[in-house]
Design a protein around this ligand. Sequence first.
Ligand code: SAM
Ligand code: FES
Length: 349
Amino acid sequence: MTDKLKALIDRLEAEHTLKKEEWVALFDGYDDETREYAAKKARETAQSVFGNKIYIRGIVEFSNVCKNDCLYCGIRCSNSNAVRYRLTEEEILSCCDEGYKYGFRTFVLQSGEDHKEYPASRMAEIVRMIKKAHPDCAVTLSLGEMEYEDYKLMKEAGADRYLLRHETASKELYEKLHPQSMSFEHRMQCLKWLKELGYQTGAGMMIGAPYQTSEHLAEDMLFLRSFEPHMIGTGPFLPHSDTPFRDMPKGSYELTLFVLSLCRLMLPDVLLPATTALGTIRPNGREQGVLSGANVIMPNLSPTAVRKKYMLYDGKICTEDSSDECRSCVQARMKSIGYEVEITRGDHR
Ligand code: SAM
Ligand code: FES
């Protein structure tokens, strides 16, 4: 680790911001020692905000039908090998009921962009149904891009949070990762609407997405700094064999951990999941994510029968396990590194 990089990390910790060229210098120049230095500081920062507590969210992947065609994603509409499914209201609620028994107090409803079948009005009813059954729980939605009135309707129905990764803060890179029919400006607009409507809002990007450079990542950090999301969802890009990016190299595990640490130092109280993709790229990736500053884990609550069908990338973990197995597994993993899973909604402060 050079003195210059060490000084940048010290300054990030003190001032929570860096200039673009400084971010680039970190991404271009870091080595294991730099990464571990940042991880130690990030871990201490997370512990000063959250103690040794980890928040858990149960994720219900209720439909893998998607009208979009993101070049990286296994459930993109032109993947004709994907076997499509949709869960009913009853099935979604029964996943949440089961989750509640295992101590989940946040349910994340995620899907492809299946807005014809699940318009905002139907999602609003689903949110009401879950809130009625479990008034002490938070509901997070992750349904992709919609319009202002849609987000408003679902917020009024009681939705608390919304996860919409910005994917990349660079329009030029965005257009390499998405078909022409998708718009960088609209995605960014959605994030602004969500925040304006009072959702606890999550942004984020894949690490090592095809064509991504240190400059792009620097732009992501600047965007996150100025947008100040309540959550940052970030994990490595992993190729899916039925997508145009099948032969692209996967993102770097080490760089993902480094980015997690830098996010923690930049936004000390941000909710920062150690993602499933991180657990897929390395068997103990989620533990290392927590030791690098993450404070959230999102085990799967989807019915085991459909899990393999929500295959965003090859090799996704937890597709064989039941919800209680995922819950116990995560608890044991956290315990093994000295952390405890907390039964709480785990709102942003
Ligand atoms: N449709 C919603 C949306 O667009 O926000 C939610 C579902 S989408 C599949 C959830 C996230 O999965 C995306 O934001 C993307 O970052 C991530 N993802 C998709 N394909 C991936 C891949 N091949 N490797 C890693 N992450 C991927
Ligand atoms: Fe569904 Fe990208 S392929 S949102």
